[in-house]
Design a protein around this ligand. Sequence first.
Ligand code: PEP
Ligand code: MN
Length: 363
Amino acid sequence: MSTNLDILPLNNWIETDGFPLVICGPCSAENRDDLIKVAKDIALIPHVKIFRAGIWKPRTRPDGFEGVGNIGLQWLKEIKSQTNLLTTVEVANPSHIEQCLANDVDVLWIGARTVGNPFSMQEIAETLKGVDIPVMIKNPLNADLKLWIGAFERMNMAGIKKLVAVHRGFYAYDAKPYRNAPMWEIPIELKRIVPNLPVICDPSHIAGNRELLSLISQKALDLEMEGLMIEVHPDPDKALTDANQQITPDVFAALIECLIIRKEKGNREFESKLEELRAVIDGIDDELVRILKKRMQVVSEIGKYKKANNVTILQLRRWNDIINDRMKKADKMGLNKDFLESILMLIHDESIQIQTDIFNKEE
Ligand code: PEP
Ligand code: MN
């Protein structure tokens, strides 16, 4: 898959003083006084550039708090005039966008549920034609990278070049210990396919709790994500939405302060040592590929032999023995057993496929 998007880097439209872009604010705006108070507290925390607040909330069930609606835009306007923060709001349809544009919201974001619906994305893109506003797009709930990329393509076709991807984790039947499984490989693959797209992380919706926020934030930065969006509430336990994952401005300030900002490159000595180690890895990977090829050749031979003797492909007892034996060895060597099990499963799938092809081949 290849895609060629015309996207501006973050520093083209926002001053980030060499620090990752930091966005925070409550999951939902709840009332004027609390919102303005928390924004003022947040404005004092170094590095925060954008204040977030949901005012139209997508809820799983109809009795949940659905947001304060348009009145929240007035409160955000007040915050803009009283602090140096920019503002961002989640939009899900053309009327939300029109309201935000009429009330000087600086940045729009599109939520995970909306991104999963191409009709909504197309409608939003059409509404934004000719508008110059940054748009952040969260990943869809399901781990569908093409759908996520499609959302950027639609925005880009509408002329939006200030685009940001927000990694907020993916729905999984069992995402424990997270609320949404991070599946880091998906934002990494997004970066590989669309290298000029800034990707930031939303640790709040990945974690679903307060304890994991620091760890996820640090990991995101270590994976070269360009910013963080974190939910901050004046009194998290009483929050009307996402209470479990929100933190106070003080806890948030400590989190930001503890982040280690690592650089992409080290000094010359570091680089040459790294190069040496990478050469070793290249050699090992070559060997791995050769060994896998050799294994599959033997699998072919076994397949032909089984076919000639009318013996079934899958022999469960043999497969069980393989798993048990290799796992024991992995454990002894200190290799992660889950990791080895996943690899063995993949190898086994391929082995079965090769033998199935042999069985199906006409002589
Ligand atoms: C939110 O940011 O509050 C939100 C609703 O997020 P998501 O769309 O990622 O669920
Ligand atoms: Mn939320």
